[in-house]
Design a protein around this ligand. Structure first.
Ligand SMILES: *Cc1c(COP(=O)(O)O)cnc(C)c1O
Length: 410
């Protein structure tokens, strides 16, 4: 089935039997133990990362049927055996780290290093750099992954398109470089509509479901799609550490799923048109958007991705120009986050990537004048009128390269 169909029907197999049409919300924190022997069996199963087979959910941290149905729907879109939902995108990333530890405990081995390809979402970068996870991080450019892999490497983490520069990474090549070490891909920007990392050999496809999957700015959520073995460890990590998704959030995510392909496609069209217009504007130094000519020299769009996505970045002369534009916008909302119905604009250097070390920001083109734009579902002409007015009277940018090649790390 095509994604337009599976996004409408995913996770609904039991609905007819349940006699419902909309995703039912089960808010139970605990469940009556109607069959003690069956419950004990299901308890053991869930503690080991399985799902209940004898119909005994037992306790809300172990299992929730509504959450499980959304997980199944997402897994289907990702072409994955399963998916596991978490309280946020960051909780999902944390759970991947815990699942890697669980594998080491099973195998009686210790792998305490991660290879991370920059740029990454600022929160992820900061989590890794903080040392909190107990992993040493080997930061890598895309072509340095093989050189950084060692016997203690637990996994490779990469984001494509990357937040906030929209840099693309060649996932099949990275999987090749990793040589059997699991590759975790943050697929938040692409969504399963545009990219399926598992089909390219990645072990994990991670989502901040807060963004496009939720799509309406009203839910914080995360998820990881993976094979059955990894899903079991991820569920085990969730049972142990408790970073679970609330059933009401799962309802909102399930409700948003049928429109995901439509929303991504329309926002992507708008992003492409905005990118072309920004690139021709004299106040703009450069536009970072993989759909612009020259910005995808390896032809990853069409191969790895089905489109360039709905997020772009626009570099203005300096932080003052970026702030001036933010102050003048009337229609686009100045706010962090992305992937919703409303167009959102923010300065990565000042907000989302504020905690990333300055040399790493400079190296990857996260300039003080950079604005990230997440195209929403408004009419493109209304949006452009807003942006054009906000850019009016800004001095022409020196050294502009508006429609030319994107930023490449020096
Ligand atoms: C927002 C975001 C995250 C973090 O997700 P939360 O839901 O905010 O915890 C991780 N990765 C990317 C690419 C993001 O944009």
């Amino acid at each position: 089935m095509r994604i337009e169909t599976s996004s409408v029907h995913g996770g609904r197999d039991e609905f007819a039997e349940l006699g419902v049409h909309a995703p039912p919300v089960d808010l139970s924190s605990t469940y009556p133990l109607t069959d003690l022997a069956a419950a004990a069996e299901d308890f053991d199963r869930m503690a080991a990362g399985g799902r209940p087979q004898r119909g005994q959910a037992i306790y809300g941290r172990l299992h929730n049927p509504g959450v499980a149905r959304w997980e199944d729907a997402l897994a289907r879109l990702e072409g994955a055996a399963g998916a596991v939902a978490f309280a946020s995108g960051m909780a999902a990333i944390h759970a991947v780290a815990l699942a890697l530890r669980l594998r080491d405990l099973e195998e009686g081995r210790s792998r305490d290093r991660l290879v991370a390809v920059r740029p990454l979402y600022g929160g992820t970068d900061h989590l890794l750099a903080s040392g909190l996870l107990g992993y040493e991080v080997d930061w890598a450019e895309e072509d340095e992954v093989a050189a950084k892999i060692g016997p203690r490497t637990a996994a490779v983490l990469v984001e494509t398109p990357a937040n906030p520069t929209l840099a693309l990474a060649d996932l099949a090549a990275i999987v090749g470089q990793a040589g059997g070490v699991p590759v975790a891909v943050d697929n938040t920007f692409a969504t399963p509509v545009l990219q399926n990392p598992l089909a390219l050999g990645a072990a994990f496809s991670i989502h901040s479901a807060t963004k496009f999957l939720g799509g309406h700015g009203d839910v914080i959520a995360g998820a990881v799609a993976a094979d059955e073995r990894w899903c079991a460890r991820l569920r085990q990590a969730r049972v142990l550490a408790g970073g679970l998704l609330h059933p009401w959030a799962a309802f909102l995510l399930h409700r948003s799923l049928p429109t995901l392909p439509l929303r991504v496609e329309r926002a992507q069209e708008t992003a492409g048109e905005l990118a072309r217009r920004f690139a021709a504007h004299p106040a703009v130094i450069r536009v970072l958007y993989p759909g612009l000519p020259g910005q995808d020299p390896r032809g990853l769009i069409g191969e790895q991705m089905r489109g360039p996505g709905a997020v772009l970045a626009v570099e203005l002369a300096d932080a003052a120009a970026a702030a001036a534009v933010c102050e003048r916008l009337r229609l686009a909302t100045v706010a962090v986050s992305l992937g919703g119905a409303e167009t959102l604009v923010q300065s990565p250097a000042a907000f989302t990537h504020r905690l990333v070390e300055e040399p790493a920001r400079a190296r990857h083109g996260i300039a003080p004048g950079l604005l990230r734009v997440s195209a929403g579902l408004e009419h493109v002409e209304d949006l452009w009128a807003d942006f054009a007015r906000a850019l009016e009277d800004l001095p022409a940018a020196r050294g502009r390269n508006g429609s030319g090649a994107g930023f490449r790390a020096a």
